[in-house]
Design a protein around this ligand. Sequence first.
Ligand code: GLP
Length: 237
Amino acid sequence: MKFIIDTEENIAKKAAQRYVELLSRNPDAVLGFATGSTPLGLYAELARLCGEGKVSFRDVTSFNLDEYAGLDGSHDQSYRYFMNHNLFEHIDIDVSRTHVPSGLDIAAAEAYDKAIEEAGGIELQLLGIGNNGHIGFNEPGTPLDSITHLVDLTEMTRKANARFFTSLDEVPTQAVTMGIKTVMNARSIMLMALGKGKADIVKASFTGPVTTLVPASILQLHPSVEIYLDYDAASLL
Ligand code: GLP
């Protein structure tokens, strides 16, 4: 694991450079994207760089980590909507080659890993981290061999994500997420965490034991992982 620790602004810039380098070498790379507030700075930076012609996503295929069950892609809290509005509409990606698990057709989850494999496998998977160490929506206890599947969200996760909805009642109780195995199959992984609120879980995940009870700790077993942290998220390391 390699740690990149800097200010929030520089973290976004350095993470964006990782995409510039990768796509200059491999313009048709398969990318795994994430949602949440953490990647917003990175996405804004990618949009800026793309606008300036410094990076192109024209030949990229993408797969997102997860989606809320029950939300259609036009719902403003769906992760499809998030991706369209925060990234895809601001870069030159072909939206027909972007994939987000369906929140409505749950049975389609079974085919998601196959589609990733057929596209050539994910070159670079971006991750955030939940307060309980979840990656994607893989909550504590998710088996190592899990592929894309339907999950029940913990109360902690629903409460943490309620800030984006008008009330806790509106936060879906389930989601479709890539599994731990799906994530670990990516050739490289980039995890980002920002703020003091993530310091404890960052410490537990990357300096503590590898355990399914802290899903992000499993990344310690992956051969190519970069952890991008601001000074606050790294403060307990
Ligand atoms: C959600 C997403 C995760 C994300 C997490 C953290 O639960 N499913 O992929 O990492 O939120 O979000 P934030 O970046 O807003 O802290």
